[in-house]
Design a protein around this ligand. Structure first.
Ligand code: FES
Ligand SMILES: [Fe+2]
Length: 416
């Protein structure tokens, strides 16, 4: 159990259904500590990609609160995740960032580990020293079609199986495991991680804030109040719904799973996925809505397969024919959140020939910067003594209610 003070309990109990969270749940240090324990240690979180470590000997350090994890590919081509903590006296083995290594050698006293984590060499420890008891501690992880999720708990939630079963066939044609990272961008948002996720769970704000993204996003997919639409807009909405239903059926028939899979409020592993159509030319979230990379991902043979959305509680992803955008969210403090975005293309796509990095990345770079501004603005407001939780739109913010309900269920479940 994670100790929750009476002050936190009363914040949880005071939350009005259908409304944003009480301010303290976004701003308090003790809530942040509980969030880190429950949502970033006991739950499954997205930490990286198989293609972060494309070759044996590639290692990639992921920092998460006080923990540091090493995502690596060993000599047998197996992707592993181990704690970045030496089994001698605990020193960090690798610094932040990415490395190419043949062994993991601790800089302190040179204890040396195989890439499997086994301790191979520990000088001057005497004849009775049993190296086999001092392997690096492994971290539970699953590979979801090339996306690596880890869990720092000794008792990871079993329902991650639903995520794996749902996404493995959905992602298979994109072959994300063998894609290439064309570009990566880290932004520190000045706001609480839940505001980052809430902002991502709705597109109510898109029309007023994301001119670039709105070229390809179809606003009707993100909820609307039919009663307030003018007759011609209502006709447009009805026509879109009908077309979307028929296109989804065609995708499914062609062997591309597309239907929405929704989060389970009482489940531990929170995710949502759906394949959506795109506007304009309908090919990609690019400045002209056409493919931004000539070489398509995996075995995808056409740009007409829409955009597979995948949301988790610390990630959002878009898988299009020509490229994928992968974002992971790592809280740094109650009011600071790292958003790490990666743009993936086919591993054989050549920069300058098949794609141009600026063209490929411009829509989501602009969108991510705009979102960082919105999250900072929200965080400042929810920390104001005048803040009162306000109502979610029952049309355009249903995913926020779903996220808040799951969040509070998890706090209650794990909080003592
Ligand atoms: S702490 Fe790593 S070898 Fe001593
Ligand atoms: Fe946004």
């Amino acid at each position: 159990m994670v100790p929750l003070s009476p002050a936190i309990r009363s914040l949880i109990d005071s939350r009005k259904p259908g409304h944003s969270l009480p301010g303290g749940l976004y701003t308090r240090d003790d809530v942040f500590a509980a969030d880190m324990e429950i949502f970033f240690r006991r739950n499954w979180i997205a930490i990286g990609l198989e293609c972060d470590v494309p070759e044996p000997g590639d290692a990639h350090v992921v920092e998460l609160g006080k923990s540091s994890l090493i995502l690596l590919r060993d000599d047998d081509n197996t992707v592993r995740v181990v704690h970045n903590v030496c089994r001698h006296r605990g020193a960090r083995l690798l610094d932040k960032g990415t490395h190419i290594i043949s062994k993991l050698v601790c800089p302190y006293h040179q204890w040396t580990y195989e890439l499997s984590g086994e301790l191979m060499h520990a000088p001057h420890m005497g004849a009775g020293f049993d190296r086999s008891c001092h392997s690096l501690r492994p971290v539970a992880h699953v590979n979801v079609g090339g996306l690596i999720y880890a869990c720092l708990s000794d008792d990871p939630p079993q329902d991650v199986a639903r995520l794996v079963e749902t996404m493995t066939p959905r992602l298979a044609p994109y072959d994300i495991a063998n894609a290439k990272i064309a570009h990566q961008c880290d932004i520190v948002e000045r706001g609480n991680w839940k505001l980052t996720i809430e902002n991502n769970r709705e597109c109510y704000h898109c029309l007023g804030n994301h001119p670039e993204l709105c070229l390809s996003f179809i606003d009707l997919d993100f909820g609307y109040d039919p009663a307030t639409l003018a007759p011609e807009d209502r006709a447009r909405a009805d026509a879109h719904e009908a077309r979307f239903a028929s296109v989804t059926a065609q995708w499914e028939e062609a062997g591309y799973p597309s239907a929405a899979v929704l989060p389970q409020a009482d489940g531990d592993t929170n995710f949502r996925t759906q394949r959506l159509m795109m506007n304009g030319a309908g090919e990609s979230q690019s400045p002209d809505t056409r493919a931004a990379c000539k070489r398509l991902l995996g075995t995808i043979g056409s740009t007409g397969l829409g955009d597979v959305h995948l949301w988790g509680h610390n990630t959002w992803n878009h898988f299009m024919g020509d490229h994928a955008v992968i974002a992971t969210v790592i809280p740094l403090g109650p009011d600071e959140t790292l958003v790490r975005t990666k743009w993936l293309v086919h591993k054989d796509a050549v920069e300058g020939v098949d794609y141009d990095v600026d063209h490929l990345t411009s829509v989501w770079t602009a969108t991510t910067m705009q979102d960082a501004g919105l999250v900072e603005r929200s965080h400042a407001g929810v920390g104001d003594p005048a803040y009162l939780p306000g109502p979610y739109s029952t049309f355009a913010e249903t995913e926020l209610e779903s996220f808040a309900t799951w969040y509070l269920n998890q706090l209650r479940k794990h909080g003592g």
